[in-house]
Design a protein around this ligand. Structure first.
Ligand code: FNR
Length: 342
């Protein structure tokens, strides 16, 4: 197995080792104002929203995780089958491992067949050019492309990139790719300045990928033994901070929330704070490994029902109505919001 494919196995292994379902999340500092007399019935509620410009019936999706080695391809097949059964969009992990070595491509090529009843998206790192972005879509026959911004992760990796002139390539991809594009983080969060810059570049979708869940700097630190980069583990913005920072831009760019989502309440809070959709990786990977595909189907259907329960309590029939819900923030979050939006 080549080094890149082996890295994919290590990422899954370490992400699972570091996964903590009890993590505190700054969304805990957001309290929603529920209705005591909501005047609504649960069966009136629609979970329809848009993800990368597509209309979908689930406000959350299986975010980028893996692929490229035999072990991780197997996980991807199971994730894709669950996504298809539950009609939840599915994102492959970075496909660059397959573009660099076609021996790693077979698993990625099979995902399209397994996701005929849902949307399939694929994923690449920033710094790739338009031709590579097109190859990624061609190889996977995906409905759209995510590009991840991972400066800190690259710096922690001894073999990682050290040159970060990314903007021109991103602009070119955004201007010429025939399928929808989403730009995302990998667990350090996107700052308001970044979201603003991406919106001004004409990019229509961002995934904030805030700190608080899977943290790729921490994962790479576990792989690195010659130097201690753990001082970078805590750098970044939590999902709650990213959402509050991006809120003023939500008319200009569609926002996906991810980073540490653990339950239906956190999904709903993210939607209330301005997200159109929510991406989940760590919790779904953990559930798949622990409880198998049936366990993951159970979790997804439970989450869908529990989101509706919360919408009943909020008196909201649709996802866009959630954006009007009033909420309270802790004094610390109010202060952070003020500074972020200065
Ligand atoms: C990821 N994530 C990720 N993101 C990306 O853009 N490309 C990738 O290849 C990967 N690979 C990957 C592997 C594993 C094992 C995990 C758990 C995650 C990051 C992911 O999509 C997401 O942005 C963050 O993980 C934050 O969400 P969670 O995991 O806290 O829900």
């Amino acid at each position: 197995m080549d080094i890149q494919a082996h890295r994919k196995d290590e990422h899954v292994f370490i992400a699972e080792k570091l996964y903590q379902s009890e993590n505190r999340n700054r969304l805990d500092e957001v309290r929603l104002l529920f209705k005591n007399i909501p005047e609504i019935s649960k069966n009136e509620i629609s979970l329809t929203t848009t993800i990368m410009g597509y209309q979908v019936d689930s406000p959350f999706f299986i975010n980028a995780i893996t692929g490229g080695s035999s072990q991780t391809d197997k996980l991807n097949f199971q994730l894709a089958q669950v996504a298809n059964q539950c009609h939840v969009p599915f994102v492959t992990g970075s496909v660059s491992v397959a573009l660099k070595d076609p021996a790693n491509a077979d698993g990625f090529k099979q995902l399209h067949q397994l996701t005929q009843d849902t949307l399939l998206f694929t994923n690449l790192g920033a710094g790739n050019d338009l031709a590579t972005a097109k190859q990624a879509l061609e190889l996977t026959q995906a409905d759209g492309l995510q590009i991840h911004l991972n400066v800190a992760q690259e710096l922690v990796m001894p073999e990682g990139d050290r040159i970060f002139y990314w903007k021109d390539q991103l602009q070119n991809i955004s201007d010429h790719l025939e399928k929808p594009l989403m730009v995302k983080g990998v667990g350090q969060g996107l700052t308001p300045e970044t979201v603003k810059m991406l919106a001004e570049m004409g990019i229509q979708n961002v995934d904030l990928a805030g700190k608080g869940g899977t943290n790729f700097v921490a994962i790479e630190n576990e792989r690195r033994h010659d130097a201690d980069y753990s001082f970078l583990n805590d750098i970044g913005l939590s999902l709650a901070e990213c959402l509050l920072g991006a809120q003023p831009l939500r008319d200009q760019i569609s926002i996906t929330a991810s980073g540490g989502i653990r339950n239906a309440l956190e999904i709903v809070k993210s939607l209330v704070l301005g997200a159109d959709s929510v991406g989940i990786s760590g919790m779904f990977l953990h559930t798949l490994i622990k409880n198998g595909p049936e366990g993951l189907v159970d979790l997804i259907t439970t989450l869908q029902s529990q989101i509706k329960d919360l919408m009943v309590m909020l008196g909201c029939r649709t996802i866009p109505e959630l954006h009007q819900v009033r909420y309270l923030l802790s004094p610390a979050l109010i202060s952070d919001q003020k500074q972020l939006n200065e």
